[in-house]
Ligand binder design. Structure first.
Ligand code: URA
Length: 261
C-alpha cells in the first residue's frame, strides 16, 4: 500500500462508502455468470461428502437482525442487554451517536413506555426522553400518578426507545433499522415483563405491533408479546398539534382504569 493511501485513509474511505449505503463489493468489469463454467470438484474416491444438491444451505453471513437475535437471546438481565447493545456494531446509527440511550425509570414498573429514538438532548445525556417531548411525557404520566422515579410498580414508569442511537438530523428510523434492533427490544420487554406496554408514535407501533397508523391505532387496546398494549400519540406530535391532547388524555385515563382492574 502506498504511503498516501495508508491504513487510516483506507479505513476512512471504507466508512465513507458504508455511510453512503454501499453494502456489497463488485468488480469494475461486469461478469456474465451464465457464461462462467463452475469449477469441477476434485473428490477422491473415498470422499464421503454428500452431493451439493443434498447439502443444507448455510447462510454465508448472518443477517444483522439474526446477529441481534443471537446476542439478545443470551441476555438474562438488563445490564447484560445493555452491554450487548453497546457492542452491537451492525447498525450505522451507532457511528453518528454520542451515547447509547438504553432506558430510564423503574424496571419493576407495571407500565413500559416505548418511544422512537433519542434526539439531541437524549444523545448528549444517554437518557431517553429528557428534551421537550420528554418533559411533556413526564407531565402526562404524572397526571395519572406515575413517574420514572416512582418507587412502587404502581406509581413507576419504565421508558425506552425502539432505537438506542440518535438518527442523523432526527430523521425517522428506517424499517430496516427498526427490524434490526427488534430482537433487543423484544428481549427488553421480556426482561421487564410489564403489565402494559405504551408504544408512542409510529416507529414504536411498527416495532411492537408490526404496523403504523397512529391516528387509527391510538386509543384502542390491543396486545403484543402476550401483553396489553395502548398505542398513544408521541409527545412530540402533541407539542406540534395541541388538538391531539384531548385524545392523549383519554388514553391516559384508559391506562389508569386498566391498571385498576
Ligand atoms: N423522542 C423519542 O421518541 N425518544 C426520546 O428518547 C426522545 C424523544
Amino acid at each position: 500500500m502506498t504511503p498516501d493511501f495508508d491504513y487510516m485513509a483506507a479505513k476512512a474511505a471504507l466508512e465513507w462508502q458504508i455511510e453512503l449505503g454501499v453494502d456489497e463489493c463488485i468488480g469494475e468489469v461486469p461478469i456474465n455468470r451464465y457464461d462462467v463454467k463452475p469449477p469441477k470438484l476434485k473428490l477422491g474416491p473415498t470422499s464421503n461428502l454428500a452431493p451439493i444438491s443434498t447439502m443444507p444451505s448455510v447462510p454465508i453471513q448472518e443477517s444483522a437482525a439474526g446477529i441481534a437475535a443471537i446476542m439478545a437471546g443470551k441476555c438474562t438481565n438488563l445490564s447484560a442487554l445493555r452491554d450487548a447493545m453497546a457492542v452491537f456494531d451492525q447498525c450505522a446509527l451507532k457511528k453518528g451517536a454520542k451515547n447509547l440511550v438504553f432506558a430510564d425509570g423503574n424496571p419493576n414498573a407495571r407500565v413500559m413506555v416505548i418511544g422512537e429514538a433519542p434526539g439531541r438532548d437524549e444523545d448528549a445525556q444517554g437518557v431517553p426522553f429528557v428534551g421537550a417531548a420528554g418533559q411533556l411525557l413526564d407531565k402526562m404520566f404524572a397526571a395519572i400518578g406515575m413517574t420514572r422515579t416512582g418507587q412502587t410498580p404502581q406509581d413507576a414508569l419504565y421508558i425506552t426507545n425502539v432505537m438506542p442511537w440518535r438518527p442523523p438530523q432526527n430523521r425517522d428510523p428506517e424499517l430496516a433499522e427498526i427490524q434490526m434492533m427488534l430482537p433487543f427490544l423484544k428481549r427488553h420487554i421480556a426482561l421487564i415483563n410489564p403489565d402494559l406496554i405504551v408504544p408512542m408514535g409510529n416507529a414504536a407501533c411498527q416495532a411492537v405491533l408490526g404496523r403504523k397508523g397512529i391516528t387509527r391505532l391510538r386509543g384502542n387496546w390491543t396486545s403484543a408479546f402476550e401483553c396489553p398494549v395502548m398505542p398513544m400519540y408521541h409527545p412530540a406530535a402533541l407539542l406540534r398539534d395541541g388538538s391531539k391532547k384531548a385524545g392523549a388524555w383519554a388514553d391516559l385515563l384508559s391506562i389508569q382504569a386498566r391498571l385498576k382492574e
